[in-house]
Design a protein around this ligand. Structure first.
Ligand code: SAH
Ligand code: MG
Length: 194
């Protein structure tokens, strides 16, 4: 299993695939254990790295994970088959903004196109159990979000603007309260207000 994880980390580094950073995934694993999360809907599988890491925590954890890129999805299928948690992970090849997922989850993990986070959140909050968590990754976007003085291309500046809007959306949300954690590439944890 550790060999597979390491192999995926090398593949991701060589092919510029933005898998979750070590510090971030370790924190996320602790969160899953602390809140006894047993079902996760992941938006953005990439090659299956985070899904395999989380599923291997506990054989009772079930994950549904959506990826729109066919090549990455195929890689994920291969990696999941090599892992010992194949029966815990269901991979879906689709655009998360266009498909419908049935069922309720203890955690929704948003880790796909950064410009669409508000839309993912609004679309999938209906799939969250009442006490569940919505976890969002990359809210610091390699530090650019906190450091607007850094040199950025127009595209990057727009993307950073979208992430700031999402942070603002979370900070001013009537339904959810959010905690921001400065670990990995910046993680937000949102739960329903009661
Ligand atoms: N969660 C993974 C990393 C995901 S990287 C891990 O930590 O291991 C983000 C992925 O989201 C990319 O592979 C990208 O193709 C995918 N993605 C982006 N927008 C998407 C969308 N609308 N629907 C489905 N997948 C999407
Ligand atoms: Mg990420």
């Amino acid at each position: 299993m550790n060999d597979l994880i390491q192999e995926m980390e090398i593949y991701a580094a060589e092919n510029d695939i933005p898998i979750m950073q070590k510090e971030g995934i370790e924190f996320f694993k602790q969160l899953i254990q602390k809140y006894k999360i047993k079902s996760i809907l992941e938006i953005g599988t990439a090659i299956g790295y985070s899904a395999i890491q989380l599923a291997s925590l506990d054989s009772e954890i079930q994950i549904v994970s959506i990826e729109r890129d066919e090549e990455r999805y195929q890689r994920a299928v291969e990696n999941v088959a090599k892992s010992q948690c194949g029966d815990q992970i269901k991979l879906v090849l689709a655009d998360a903004l266009e498909c419908e997922i049935e069922g309720q989850f203890d955690c929704i993990f948003i880790d796909a196109a950064k410009a669409q986070y508000i839309r993912f959140f609004e679309k999938y909050k209906k799939n969250l159990n009442n006490d569940g968590l919505i976890v969002s990754d990359n809210l610091s976007f390699h530090g650019y979000v906190e450091h607007p003085e850094l040199q950025m291309s127009r595209n990057l500046r727009q993307l950073v603007g979208k992430i700031k809007k999402y942070i603002d959306f979370l900070e001013n949300n009537d339904e959810f309260e959010t905690e921001f954690v400065k670990l990995g590439d910046g993680i937000a944890i949102s739960r329903k207000k009661h």
